[in-house]
Design a binder for this molecule. Structure first.
Ligand code: FPP
Length: 238
């Protein structure tokens, strides 16, 4: 593989990258391991990737860790994902803190096990002063649901005759305060966006790779950023 890190223009890195971490199950199957082992390896690679992102000056990374559609998986697999989340924060929170990472979350936490809610809320609280990189965990997240809940929250405080605007809608999305996504990365060889941040990715560049998520390395991230930099972003203009 080319040394993409060397040829990346560090003055033009995407501010906000959104990642669809797909392929954990297939990675495990290929190795005759349980699917949960694929997820475990998938969680392990997050920190080195964040180190690479920080080094490049990326400001926000949103991770699709659990979608509203993932509830249809077997309950044992769902449980293993929540346990993994708890373990992740138990094991990594100190290091996340020391790197200046601010943890955020998008999605409806209510349906998660109490321990997982506590783990994520605690991580948000403990890292809220950090400024190096926002790591946004999308949990029980659906892009369409995000838009509907934003409208409903706005309706609750709407003044008489007041109209909705794009700005107002954005202020009520789970990602309020974060800029739109510049680059979507999807691993695992599928070419779709699967209800991920659908409003926020309106003008994002899309990078798809066949690499399965547990095999995704900083070198692949550099490649995605390099390819992003070769695209001409016109935002509908000429
Ligand atoms: C998709 O792979 C992946 C998920 C549904 C879960 C993603 C979660 C992680 C990478 C771990 C999250 C870690 C933390 C700390 C929250 P798949 O299972 O659909 O793979 P397949 O398409 O090969 O079956």
């Amino acid at each position: 593989m080319k040394d993409y890190k060397r040829i990346i223009n560090r003055k033009d890195v995407p501010a906000h990258i959104a990642i669809i971490m797909d392929g954990n199950g297939r990675w495990a199957k290929k190795k005759s391991l349980p699917r949960s082992e694929g997820h475990r390896r998938g969680a392990e690679i997050i920190e080195p990737l964040m180190d690479a992102a920080i080094d490049l000056g990326i400001r926000i990374v949103s991770l699709y860790a659990f979608s509203t559609e993932n509830w249809s998986r077997p309950s044992t697999e769902i449980l293993s994902l929540w346990k993994l989340l708890d373990h992740f924060f138990n094991a990594k929170l100190d290091s996340i803190k020391s790197k200046g990472i601010r943890v955020e979350h998008s999605g409806i936490l209510k349906r998660l096990p109490a321990l997982s809610i506590q783990a994520i809320r605690n991580a948000v609280k403990e890292t809220r002063e950090n400024r190096t990189l926002v790591l946004n965990f999308c949990l029980n997240y659906g892009g369409r649901q995000d838009i509907v809940q934003a409208v409903n929250r706005w309706l609750e405080r709407r003044g008489t005759g007041e109209k909705m605007t794009m700005r107002k809608l954005e202020r009520h999305l789970f990602t309020a305060g974060l800029p739109s996504v510049d680059l979507v990365i999807r691993t695992g060889g599928e070419y779709r966006v699967s209800n991920f941040l659908v409003w926020q990715i309106a003008y994002a560049e899309l990078f798809f790779t066949d690499v399965l998520w547990p095999d995704f390395r900083p070198a692949h991230l550099y490649q995605a950023i390099y390819e992003y930099q070769q695209r001409e972003r016109r935002f509908g203009g000429l």
